[in-house]
Design a protein around this ligand. Structure first.
Ligand SMILES: Nc1ncnc2c1ncn2[C@@H]1O[C@H](COP(=O)(O)OP(=O)(O)OP(=O)(O)O)[C@@H](O)[C@H]1O
Length: 240
């Protein structure tokens, strides 16, 4: 496993196979994530999507890679579990990254961003007093506050209702403009809206799916967004 220098346009690269304790996870894939773009990764449950994010984050203890892995030293990872600290309030959870790095926390930006996700009134609350969708939005704000060039998002909008999900997609696209984002999602509509590049991971290959036209986030009602959404669903079904 190495973190060698990356080509100018490539932010992340994984080529090869992975296994855990001798059990193969995926084999012989080649994934490149372009700098400054959104790449959406879909695939059946258990196929290895979160493992790929953990590998890029340098947090995949116990995963053996046979091949080439390249990632920058510092990335922001929003995991499936929100990992909020129960003894800190919402604001302090959002500012934890800056505090741990010994930087001056940006209270104003944190409060503004919490307000943008509809949690301006909840800054003083403990995570235990929030719903699942509210907790997920706090975790999203914490990730957005990291200011990393490369951001890994593992089903970041999965606990949200459809309207809030679309709003959070818009906010994330705005706040992460020109950054490199690798988004794991089970939602074909989300991938069709958000992906400059869309790939589906199966047991033995990585399928490249042609994307709709235009920049992201795309309008949900755009005809080729709906067509790609439908194609993704069909491909996922056929790969199952
Ligand atoms: N620590 C571990 N020890 C053993 N096996 C593991 C470990 N972590 C993950 N796995 C296995 O690795 C495979 C890939 O898991 P991973 O979480 O990457 O899948 P996923 O595609 O993200 O799934 P989901 O969509 O359900 O989140 C699964 O079969 C899982 O059981």
């Amino acid at each position: 496993m190495g973190y060698g220098p990356l080509a100018l346009k490539t932010a992340l690269k994984l080529a090869g196979s992975a296994s855990i304790g001798g059990t193969p996870i995926f084999s012989d894939i080649s994934l490149t994530v372009e700098r400054g773009k959104w790449t959406c990764l879909l695939g059946a449950s258990g196929v290895g999507k979160s493992t790929i994010l953990r590998l890029f984050a340098g947090l995949a203890d116990g995963v053996q890679i046979n091949g080439d892995l390249q990632a920058p030293e510092r990335v922001a990872l929003m995991a499936q579990q929100d990992l909020l600290l129960p003894w800190l309030n919402v604001l302090d959870n959002v500012l934890i990254g800056a505090r741990l790095r010994g930087e001056k926390p940006d209270h104003n930006k944190a409060l503004q961003t919490l307000a943008k996700v509809g949690l301006g009134e909840h800054a003083e609350r403990r995570p235990s007093a929030l719903s699942g969708g509210q907790r997920q939005r706090v975790a999203l704000v914490r990730t957005l506050m990291e200011g990393c060039e490369t951001v890994l998002l593992d089903e970041p909008f999965s606990a949200l209702d459809a309207l809030t999900r679309a709003q959070m997609q818009d906010l994330a696209a705005d706040m992460l403009r020109d950054r490199t984002v690798l988004l794991v999602t089970h939602d074909p509509g989300e991938a069709a809206r958000m992906g400059h590049k869309i790939v589906i991971l199966t047991r033995d290959q990585l399928l490249d799916i042609p994307t709709p036209s235009g920049g992201v986030p795309r309008p949900v009602e755009q005809p080729d967004v709906l067509m790609v959404q439908s194609r993704l669903l069909t491909t996922l079904r056929d790969a199952a």
